[in-house]
Design a protein around this ligand. Structure first.
Ligand code: HEC
Length: 149
């Protein structure tokens, strides 16, 4: 009798902790969604800043902003834990079936943001504008496949 009770008790404890882990997971997923959205919102701002700076020929401003894009891109894969396509998010489930490709697209963005820094440092406006266009293509390449409209 005593043995059965212990088994039952431990089952209840197990079920309770599983439920806790589940709700904890959902809360974490919401946090991570907020974090990545904030990062992408800053990307939108950064793109505007670069566009203005290139337009004005103020290439010294471009490098640091491209550096900001590079730094956040390095964290993108870690902000997409499995299951974080649930909730208020435009992330497609396809991300996790193709995670190496998703990661490669974040790395492509890093590479193009670094190339933009180099181009801006050259002081040539046309080269910088071209590198800016190439970086914007890296954004699009990932969105086309992994972000829903
Ligand atoms: C490796 C893939 C990837 C790359 C590269 C990428 N994005 Fe995104 N982006 C996403 C995904 C996925 C979402 C949807 C996130 C969500 O809703 O949880 C998103 C969302 C966004 C959003 C909407 C944020 C919001 O508040 O809902 C903006 C704006 C954005 N990205 C801009 C950019 C810009 C600009 C670049 C390039 C400098 C870029 N992204 C590069 C995958 C990427």
């Amino acid at each position: 009798m005593k043995g059965t009770r212990i088994v039952m008790l431990s089952r209840i404890v197990l079920a309770a902790s599983a439920a806790l882990m589940l709700t904890g997971g959902v809360a974490l997923a919401q946090d991570v969604i907020q974090t990545r959205k904030a990062g992408f919102d800053d990307y939108k701002k950064a793109m505007g800043e670069i566009k203005d700076a290139v337009g004005k020929g103020d290439l010294a401003t471009v490098g640091p902003v491209a550096g900001r894009i590079d730094a956040f891109a390095a964290t993108i894969p870690s902000l997409f834990p499995p299951g974080s396509d649930k909730g208020k998010t435009a992330a497609k489930e396809l991300i996790w079936a193709n995670f190496p490709d998703f990661t490669a697209k974040a790395q492509d963005l890093q590479a193009s943001a670094k190339a933009l820094q180099v181009a801006a440092a050259s002081g040539d406006k046309a080269t910088t504008a071209k590198a800016f266009g190439a970086m914007a293509d890296s954004c699009k390449a990932c969105h086309q496949r992994y972000r829903s409209e």
